[in-house]
Design a protein around this ligand. Structure first.
Ligand SMILES: Nc1ncnc2c1ncn2[C@@H]1O[C@H](COP(=O)(O)OP(=O)(O)O)[C@@H](O)[C@H]1O
Ligand SMILES: [Mg+2]
Length: 329
């Protein structure tokens, strides 16, 4: 029986530090997500070895006997946090499911990813970067309203109602908060008023884009100025709708752009691309997630249902993509 190691960061493992923002553990999984995933992997006929985070992996790297690692680790701090487990596995010559260290670092850093999108002519909202508050003299490179995000976070970490800003004073206050609280550059983007979608992708050579999933907030699909804040995720005011309520040509366009983004940053095995579509039907890629949530509340579960397969089968397909990629099947 093949053995699959599992690397992950669970909320209960995190040691809070002084001055941590309230959403410091937003990116980590619930232990229950890991338990469900273990059962799903086992039901595909593999034996699971639970490893845990990068430190636990480091402790046993030399003696680890597994055929493949399924990596879900988010890492603790910095823009290379998601790259830590993959680089250790690569050094030890252990095959793993999902993207490598370079892709994870390049995409966790939203500014780097946007530079790649621009070079590949993938539409992404206009933006600028603020490294320190003195740089913020004026914002005439973009038009208000703007949204201010931390440069390298996920799970709507650092996003609240006041992240959408409509004038210089609000912009200044929000940039300062990101710099001071999240200790990283601020990414300031044009706010795309309209609707929101996410497209999951599975596979390699060629990858397949799954049906797009639409985001509903407070019961509405026309989001206008609403967006996905940390509080909205936590309070379950957000729902996913599949199939999305868009025309066939829009659906086709989103899937094409998602695949283009996936290939531009060289994702492997699975990923997810987030979009907004403005009032004139122009799509924009917000970001790509090579390590999207596999929680059963999230889109992969919904997409399995849509496909008429179980969650376990969906997980099995992702693992098979990795074995095939390494010619180990
Ligand atoms: N330029 C934008 N225009 C409108 N809404 C945005 C924009 N950027 C981000 N958002 C909102 O914030 C959410 C989180 O932003 P995103 O870039 O996907 O970061 P992450 O999911 O990594 O936290 C999006 O799902 C969307 O609702
Ligand atoms: Mg996102």
């Amino acid at each position: 029986m093949k053995k699959i190691g599992l690397t992950y960061d669970v909320k209960t493992d995190y040691q809070r530090r002084d001055n941590d923002p309230h959403d410091a553990i937003a990116e980590f999984d619930h232990p229950s997500t890991i338990n469900i995933l273990v059962r799903a992997i086992e039901s595909n006929g593999y034996k699971v070895v639970r490893i845990g985070n990068a430190n636990r992996l480091l402790d046993r790297l030399g003696s680890l006997k597994v055929d493949m690692v399924f990596n879900l680790s988010e890492g603790m701090y910095g823009r290379n946090r998601e790259s830590q487990v993959p680089i250790l596995l690569e050094m030890a010559g252990i095959p793993f499911v999902g993207s490598d260290a370079l892709t994870l670092g390049m995409t966790l850093d939203k500014i780097m990813a946007k530079k790649i999108f621009i070079s590949e002519r993938i539409p992404t909202p206009k933006f600028f970067q603020i490294r320190n508050i003195e740089e913020l003299v004026n914002a005439d490179h973009c038009r208000f309203p703007l949204i201010v995000k931390p440069r390298f976070e996920g799970s709507s970490k650092g996003l609240s109602e006041s992240s959408r800003v409509t004038n210089m004073d609000e912009l200044h206050a929000r940039v300062k908060l990101v710099l001071d609280t999240y200790k990283q550059d601020a990414l300031v983007e044009e706010f795309i008023s309209g609707s929101e979608f996410t497209v999951a992708i599975v596979g390699n050579d060629p990858p397949e884009a799954l049906p797009s999933v639409q985001v509903k907030i407070d019961g509405r699909l026309k989001l206008n100025d609403k967006f996905y804040t940390f509080a909205r995720i936590s309070s379950r005011r957000l729902e996913y709708v599949c199939p999305a309520r868009i025309s066939r040509s829009q659906e086709k366009k989103l899937r094409e752009l998602a695949l283009k983004a996936y290939q531009a940053v060289e994702c492997r095995d699975f990923g997810r691309v987030d979009f907004r579509i403005d009032k004139d039907d122009n799509p924009y890629v917000l970001e790509i997630n090579p390590l999207p949530s596999l929680s059963t509340d999230d889109v992969f579960m919904l997409l399995a249902k849509q496909k008429g397969i179980t969650y376990s089968k969906m997980i099995g397909m992702i693992i098979e993509c990795a074995f095939k990629r390494y010619n180990l099947n």
